[in-house]
Design a protein around this ligand. Sequence first.
Ligand SMILES: Nc1ncnc2c1ncn2[C@@H]1O[C@H](COP(=O)(O)OP(=O)(O)OP(=O)(O)O)[C@@H](O)[C@H]1O
Ligand SMILES: [Mg+2]
Length: 390
Amino acid sequence: MGILKFIPKKILLLGSGELGKELVVEAKRLGLEVIAIDKYENAPAMQLADNSFVIDMSDKEILKNTIKELKPDFVVPEIEALSIEALKELEDEGINIVPNARTVEITMNRDKIRNLASKELNIKTAKFSYVFNVEELEKKSSEIGFPLLLKPLMSSSGKGQSLVNRKEDLLFAWNGALKNSRGKIVGVILEEFLNFDYEFTLLTIRKDSGENLFCEPIGHEQYKGDYQCSWQPLDMNQSLINEARKMTAKILDNLNGSGIYGVEFFVRGKEVIFSELSPRPHDTGMVTIVSQNINEFELHLRAFLNLPIPNISLLKPSASRVIISDNESNNPSYTGLNEALEIENTKVLIFGKPTSKKGRRMGVVLSSDDDLNIARENADKSALKIKIVS
Ligand SMILES: Nc1ncnc2c1ncn2[C@@H]1O[C@H](COP(=O)(O)OP(=O)(O)OP(=O)(O)O)[C@@H](O)[C@H]1O
Ligand SMILES: [Mg+2]
């Protein structure tokens, strides 16, 4: 065998939020060059990257020209609001899109990923139906039944999503979805509201070889479609984990691009139900910064750079709790950091977002302990200490 030479690569990050920032940390540790892009200046990942640009990534020509000029070895999307046409054309011209342009396209559209999972691969999901004009709304809703969830076909973090309890509220939910929808399509997905027992994220690493590596399941809680806290490991039956792994493998055999995937499931009784997946590190997976020997960001890099991942192990049960702003500020500062860090085995990540607004995620607390319940309590206690002030 010859000597393997590692040549530092240039990575172009599309989206520079908190997940991008942690990816830059790991990329810089490996000596890579990172260029960070977002639609606003001084975004978290830009503060660490070698270089950064502010552009409209949903504009095909702008995105395409920027990428062509910068000549990255890998284009790594951190967000979904991208011109997919630009990415597809660049891939055809030989540029590496992580994990690949088809996967980015399928996972940014709720209908495309749902069709693949449910219709093509026969994977269990909530009952669903698509509505493309308002006239069909009532009929299709009564087929699904109330309560139901109405979601824009393109959106994330719960944006534009409503729980609809009765037909009188459909129109309001429809208008809210269209207002918050990304992209040009006018359409929503109606989903049966599942009264699940719990939900979890199965972080899965797809290697170049086609092998899948699974992390321990991550439990999490959501409020209005946005993640509030997460923990790893999640105490659940091994047969349910195996079921989720099987479903994931079916989907990844189809998508087949190397990188990490956040695969979301619901559990109701003995049923595992697939929800959605994203081809990148997952917000609920920030807990792996303290819980695992290799965190989700480094795993993503190692997977698409085709570097070895000999084992993934859990170091200690751990938990995360988000720090959410309850006010608006153009110059946020933080109180309570001293009190928050008094708590043992706890880390506070302040994302460094240049502005805050009500409901915006500004940081996260991570805690570990041999006893998972203590880790969760400590993360919660610590996060409560921190206040965002203008
Ligand atoms: N059919 C459903 N029944 C019950 N709850 C649901 C259903 N679909 C979604 N939810 C709840 O809403 C949350 C957000 O839904 P979903 O993941 O589809 O939205 P999202 O906007 O893509 O969020 P993100 O991008 O942050 O993952 C889920 O984690 C779950 O708590
Ligand atoms: Mg989700």
